[in-house]
Design a protein around this ligand. Structure first.
Ligand code: AVI
Length: 331
């Protein structure tokens, strides 16, 4: 379904939300250990809480990546082949970071994509009204499923922007497959710009996922509230704790929801048992060294062109090309 709206965006709705959410929650809680995919964090409230996480002093990735984007927008534009590309942003969220690129990169069309339709619509309208010269085609879809973008002309240069280290929320093999999809989306001559959180002192990582104001805890627990709201669940949210820690051997932050007592929960007539201290594993956030990530990208069919990092080596920004594209000047 597509519709033109007053703020001059085009909105495509693949309607990803309800049916998938119901099926995947019931399936996930029908197996032990319990595990729910992190993509379900992002209903309207979850998206709002995630934006608040990004503003917390302990959560360094957002401000560090923004500074890198501002500092290197000129080089990024050069690598993108100059102005006039079709800029695709899977998982665009609030569309904040892309604003650092729009003036220097001057894309022909911006294509934000997100699973949270309402949030996407608002964010896309915001971009369209702030940048009246820009065509905005918003696509509401689950980006982990195959999505086609037939409105991009065959000969257009495509740049795929995937910031925020969301790549870290995939298991490494899934990340490789997903990067392979991004490589094909960019195609020969196109580019993929990816933000990747770096391995670092575990104390900094621990603090980033256990902020003092409890916003990350609220974000994690909102998953249970969402199940109650949308799937007729009866989780007593106060009977669960947020638990986040760095698993050094796996190179990832893990987030869990821990049952404080023995209890059972009903979701639309399905009954699920929880022992005291039993966990629902809700997210992994993998951290990579620059070389680990470059190796992953190469396996996905992408050639590393450039990488930028901050002086404290907290975060990295990679520009990659479809393997077989003309050589990268910054390689
Ligand atoms: C979206 N993603 C990259 C965030 C992360 O850091 O893994 C999600 C998040 N979870 C807790 N805090 C932030």
């Amino acid at each position: 379904m597509t519709e033109a709206t007053a703020a001059e965006i085009r909105f495509y709705n693949a309607n990803p939300e309800h049916a998938d959410f119901y099926r995947e929650i019931i399936d996930s809680l029908s197996q032990r250990p319990y595990r729910i995919p992190p993509k379900f964090f992002y209903d309207k409230e979850g998206s709002r809480l995630f934006e608040r996480i990004c503003d917390q002093p302990e959560y360094y990735p957002t401000r560090t990546e923004m500074a890198l984007l501002e500092q290197f927008a000129g080089e990024i534009t050069e690598l993108a082949g100059g102005t006039g590309c079709f800029l695709v942003e899977p998982g665009s969220g609030s569309c904040e970071k892309v604003r650092t690129l729009l003036d220097p990169l001057k894309p022909n069309t911006y294509i934000p994509m997100d699973i949270s339709c309402e949030h996407l619509r608002e964010a896309a309208h915001g971009v369209a009204s702030e940048y009246p010269w820009l065509d905005v085609h918003a696509v509401c879809a689950d980006i982990t499923e195959t999505v086609s973008l037939p409105f991009i002309p065959e000969q257009a240069t495509r740049v795929v922007f995937y910031p925020g280290s969301s790549i870290g929320n995939f298991e490494p093999l899934e990340a490789e497959a997903f990067l392979g999809d991004l490589a094909h989306l960019a195609g020969p001559g196109g580019g993929v710009l990816v933000g990747v959180d770096l391995k670092k002192d575990p104390a900094l990582l621990h603090a980033a996922y256990n902020d003092a104001r409890g916003i990350t805890a609220a974000f994690n627990l909102n998953l249970l509230e969402r199940i109650n709201r949308e799937l007729n669940g009866d989780f007593n949210v106060a009977d669960f704790d947020h638990h986040a820690f760095y698993n050094a051997s796996a190179g990832r932050i893990e987030m869990h929801l821990v049952s404080k007592c023995r209890q059972h929960v009903n979701i639309d007539g399905h009954r699920f048992e929880f022992g005291k201290n039993e966990h629902i594993h809700t997210e992994n956030s993998y951290k990579y060294t620059i070389e680990e990530f470059r190796a992953l990208a190469r396996r996905a069919g992408l050639e590393p062109c450039a990488v930028w990092t901050d002086s404290a080596a907290l975060f990295s920004l990679h520009f990659l090309r479809f393997a077989g594209s003309p050589a990268c000047r910054f390689a």
